[in-house]
Design a binder for this molecule. Structure first.
Ligand code: CP3
Length: 361
């Protein structure tokens, strides 16, 4: 039944009666219920509580009427089994720090608050992880959510791409210029390669475990890859994204999403994926030309338009994208990036309805 859903059909580039739509960050801070919950419960505690994850994942899908649900989690959870401290600071975004070494006397040992990953030795020391076990809470949440979700609604699992995760480990959090990451790539290409291989291997295990638990599609988020030039992408990121995608068990569609990929979209799509996710800075029809016809495409309404636009403006934006998609099979409607926290929920609900109505064939 789920296999016949419009979303999975579109991933396979089959004809659908209308264009399926779901939204990155469709569950989260733009929703009042979520903000209320967050006043009482830290974000990581929510992610590790399968009942809350199930409730948030399904609640969001049902409230907005999306054609797929995405499991409520975060791309950074995997840094904990790698041995780092993860926290989300109010207003400042995530922080990844080196965990204080266990067993050391108070005041000695590694300094807490130091950037997570600094040297080639740090890379060598990264443990081989078994996400099935160390991130088992997510697998349980996926199993439970899959059981509770309407049978016709597919469930998407996800992870960060190697480049985006490496940048978080090296920068220790959000970054504007990714200076430390680029310096590392340039000066220590050998250690960079080892780091990316380790991340890709762990992420493949993580995603395959999500599929075994019940995820029916996977999305790989390369959210910050747009800071690279085409040349850098080709040499330092593409081989590892490609290796990751090749290591995924066959059978569920893989959505390969990145922002700022306009300068190297051909390379990005060649790294793999059944569906290529594009942001709002590239025209969907041009992106389609550059990707070719062997992969489906996902995108790409500007999240800012959804947040601050009038319903009439949003409708024009939807019409423009649907016109560019030209009724051809293999288009999944989404934003160019995640729903912004300030977005009025009524705009989100209206958007999903508009896509369904305006794309009827
Ligand atoms: O899409 C969904 O509804 C599922 C949930 C989801 C979250 N994070 C929940 C979350 C998904 C798919 C993600 C992926 C994610 N996480 C990405 C890729 C998508 C993108 O936006 O590029 C990235 C880069 C992260 C890292 C991350 N997690 C950041 C930078 C932040 C803080 C700032 C922000 O954008 O929210 C988070 C925290 C986070 N992840 C929140 C949520 C709901 C907010 C936590 C809170 O309630 O304070």
């Amino acid at each position: 039944m789920t296999e016949d859903s419009v979303f999975l059909k579109a991933c396979r580039r089959e004809e659908t009666p209308y264009t399926p739509v779901w939204l990155m960050r469709q569950a989260g801070r733009y929703m009042k219920d979520y903000r209320l919950l967050r006043e009482r419960t830290p974000f990581l505690d929510i992610c590790k509580n399968k009942d809350l994850v199930t409730e948030i994942t399904i609640g969001a899908q049902e409230k907005i009427g999306a054609d797929a649900a995405i499991i409520f989690s975060d791309i950074l959870l995997i840094v904990e089994p790698f041995g780092f401290d993860l926290s989300y600071l109010k207003g400042d975004g995530p922080s990844i720090r080196r965990a204080p070494s266990t067993g050391s006397a108070r005041g000695s040992g590694q300094r807490r608050g130091a950037r997570a990953l600094r040297t080639a030795e740090d890379v060598e020391r990264l443990p081989d992880i078994d996400p099935e076990e160390s991130l088992g809470f997510l697998m349980e949440a996926i199993r439970q959510t899959r059981r509770a979700l309407k049978p016709e609604v597919p469930l998407i699992g996800f992870a960060g791409a190697p480049f985006t995760l490496a940048s978080y480990l090296i920068e220790g959090g959000a970054s504007k210029d990714f200076a430390a990451t680029k310096e590392w790539m340039r000066r220590r290409p050998g250690a960079w390669g080892v780091l990316m291989e380790k991340i890709a291997r762990a992420t493949a295990k993580y995603l395959n475990a999500q599929v075994r638990a019940g995820a029916q599609a996977l999305q790989i988020f390369d959210s910050w890859v747009g800071c690279l030039s085409a040349e850098e992408y080709k040499n330092f990121a593409l081989p590892h994204s490609a290796a990751l995608i090749r290591s995924l068990d066959q059978g569920v569609p893989v959505i390969h999403f990145g922002t700022g990929t306009d300068p190297f979209l051909e390379l990005f799509s060649r790294a793999g994926g059944d569906v290529i996710g594009v942001d709002h800075r590239v025209r969907l029809d041009e992106a389609r030309e550059r990707i070719g016809t062997k992969q489906a495409i996902q995108g790409n309404l500007d999240p800012q338009l959804l947040s601050t636009g009038s319903l009439a403006e949003i409708k024009r934006g939807v019409q423009s994208i649907l016109k560019q998609a030209a009724g051809r099979s293999g288009h999944i409607f989404n934003l160019g990036h995640g729903v912004l926290p300030e977005t009025p929920p009524k705009n989100v609900v209206a958007l999903i309805q508009m896509v369904h109505e305006l794309s009827q064939r």
